[in-house]
Ligand binder design. Sequence first.
Ligand code: OAD
Length: 232
Amino acid sequence: MKKLVVLSGAGISAESGIQTFRDSDGLWENYRVEDVCTPEALARNPELVIHFYNERLQQVLKAKPNPAHTALVELEKAYRVQIVTQNIDDLHERAGSSHVLHLHGEIRKKRSSVDENDIRDIVPIEKGIQMGDLDKYGKQYRPHIVFFGEAVPNIEPATRMVEEADILLVIGTSLNVYPAAGLLYYARPDAEVYYIDPKADSNGHLDKRIHCISEKAGAAVPELVKQLLEKA
Ligand code: OAD
């Protein structure tokens, strides 16, 4: 079976009702990254950062996988599929994808700020992270999110996955945030690369060999999946 890697971003979940970051109605229009998504912000105002991510969690809990997430599961019938997502939602998992690697963390989890291996599910999930929820060092649990300025621990396995891919699908990302955006350039010269995003033609400086599909994921992903299954 051929290896197929999906690199997904906020756009794949847009039609599920989860806001993207850099579109005109995106999150970074209403919030400043430096107020809610940096280690300094967490140290300065943990209530605000935790409140911001608890709001994101509420949005995710209300959302359901859309036809793009669901179609990617079908690919597993004919390909070895690995999803590498920048998203912190769990819609790929809820759709049924078997192998999902999160680059920027997971909204349903909390993490110790002292021991980065102390990662736990938020319980009860509906309440989000509570102020006063302390780790064994007596420190407030933080969202399990990779903030700007922090290392991306999963970038190394993700790079290896992309290097081994026969087919790479890049879906719903502005390709603005590194190192995730740079993963594309690890694709083998003979790999087939597709980029589905309404702004595919204008985002970034893309290689000519990339097949750009400038459409929404909800319609374009099921169509591409159908074609890939036919030729597998
Ligand atoms: P962006 O908000 O930067 O980009 C979203 C992309 O989705 C844009 O290129 C849109 O054109 C596209 N889009 C919108 N609706 C779509 C649809 N229905 N179907 C397909 N595409 C659609 O989001 P990301 O590239 O994922 O990081 O952002 C990367 C990182 O920046 C995020 O993981 C987050 C953010 O700051 C952290 O929080 C660490």
